[in-house]
Structure formats: C-alpha cells, structure tokens
Design a binder for this molecule. Structure first.
Ligand code: ZN
Length: 260
C-alpha cells in the first residue's frame, strides 16, 4: 500500500513539476521520420484509405498534435504526449493519468477507428492524427514518466544549457545527422521481414514497457548539470534512432490492421 502511495505521489509530482512545460516529443524531423518509415511500410490499401480521410499523407500530420495542443478545441490534448509507468515499468490502469496520456489516448483512438466505416469523416481524421503522433511520442525516451525519478532538469549540450528532455526529443538526432526525413527512412528502414515482424509484435502497452526498459537508464547517463559531449552522443544516437525505427514500424502495423 505504501509502495502504491509513493508511486502516486511521484506521478503527481511529475505532473505538477513539469509535465506540461516542455514535452513535445520528437522534433519535427523525428516525427516526420517516424511517419515516413510507417508510410513506406503501409499496405497499398491502407495508404489509400488513410489518405482519403486525411486529404494528405501521414507525414503531413506527423506533428499536428504539437501544433494544435494549445488551440481552441484541443487544449484537452495537451497532457497526452507522455505516459507514466509503475515501479515494474508497466503502463497500467493504476498509473493511467486522468488528464490523458500517450498510451491511453492511443488506445482510445485505435478503439474509435475499429469501426471507422460507421464513423463520420472528421472523427476518423482526428483519431488518425492522434495515432500518427502518439505512436511517435510513446517511443521518445524522455516521454516515459518513471516513478521516483526527476525528469526535468538542465544539462549542457553542445556547449549550451538546455533541458535534458529536449536533448532526447530533438538535440541528439539533429546533432548526429543532417538528414531529411526521407533520408532517415532510407538509412534506418532496412530490417528483414522477420525483424519487422518481431518489432511489430505486441500491443501499445507492450511497446511502452519495452521503451521504459530500454530507456530506464537515460537519467543515469546524464545527471543534472552534466556537460554532454561526443561520448554521450555516440551512445545516445543509436538508441534514439532505434526508437524512431520501432515507432515507424509499429505505426504502420496499427494503420495496416485498421485500414489494410
Ligand atoms: Zn508530442
């Protein structure tokens, strides 16, 4: 019981301290790369149906949720870009945020599209825009809210002070490669069919657990005030790339299952 209370307090603290301040997810390049990797792995049928509802490609809307999070009618989505895990690194009903979070809202959007043929076009388009973005956000290393972990602090990166959260969202991928989103796909999307199947296996909750396990140590990699240089970048960049690739394949899987 005390363990649960401690966990709830830690999550409440996370929300109070910074959940709303700066949690945009992958910068534009990262979100575009995720969506384009997904687009290249959509079935022709799914691609055609999704684009009919969106009026554009999925890349076009990759960062839409970040752009509209403070716009009239979408303020309720502002908390949806991160998600919590429990002490065992699982997303469960007990830790689910009452204000919405990336995993819960992704599940809601998928559920809303299961019977998309009977939903009105604007509902389908809105839920598609949520899915495209949230699969990306839930793979951002800094978007896992770990209990009893301080998530919001500054480090020195490339000789400039900045939030460690934003280093993972955009700093690492922009420092390591000067790639256009199409080049991100060209360079990363090289898995075999078997490897893709393995990455796509499971549910959003399984994927988020895996993200939490793989990214648990990022706060040990760089404590508050650390000066992060080439050694950090060499270790962090392949991990960020791996997260982007996984998000792309898994986004394709979600859309292929719904619309394929
Ligand atoms: Zn976001």
């Amino acid at each position: 019981m005390r363990k649960t209370n401690r966990m709830i307090r830690a999550i409440a603290l996370t929300i109070a301290l910074g959940w709303t301040t700066e949690m945009y997810g992958w910068g534009r390049t990262g979100h575009d790369a995720v969506a384009y990797i997904a687009e290249c792995n959509l079935s022709p049928k799914a691609k055609k149906r999704v684009e009919r509802y969106l009026g554009h490609s999925i890349v076009y809307y990759a960062s839409w949720m970040d752009e509209y999070r403070r716009s009239p009618g979408y303020a309720h989505t502002t908390h949806w870009h991160m998600a919590p895990v429990d002490e065992d690194l699982y997303y469960t009903e007990q830790v689910r945020s009452s204000k919405g979070d990336a995993v819960g809202e992704l599940e809601n959007a998928i559920a809303a599209l299961r019977d998309y043929r009977h939903a009105d076009d604007s509902t389908v388009a809105a839920n598609l825009r949520y899915i495209i973005h949230l699969v990306g956000d839930m793979h951002c290393p800094a978007h896992v809210a770990f209990p009893d972990t301080e998530l919001w602090y500054e480090v020195t990166f490339n000789d400039k002070k900045r939030g460690y959260h934003s280093v993972w969202d955009s700093g690492i991928i922009e420092a390591q490669h000067k790639w256009h989103y199409t080049e991100w796909q060209q360079q990363l999307d090289r898995c075999t069919k078997k490897q893709k199947r393995e990455i796509m296996a499971g549910t959003p909750r399984d994927w988020f657990h895996q993200t939490a396990v793989d990214c648990r140590d990022i706060y040990e990699m760089a404590p508050e005030g650390a000066a992060l240089g080439r050694d950090f970048l060499n270790e962090a960049a392949p991990r960020a790339e791996r997260q982007i690739l996984k998000a792309g394949y898994r986004l394709a899987k979600v859309l292929n299952e719904l619309f394929g």
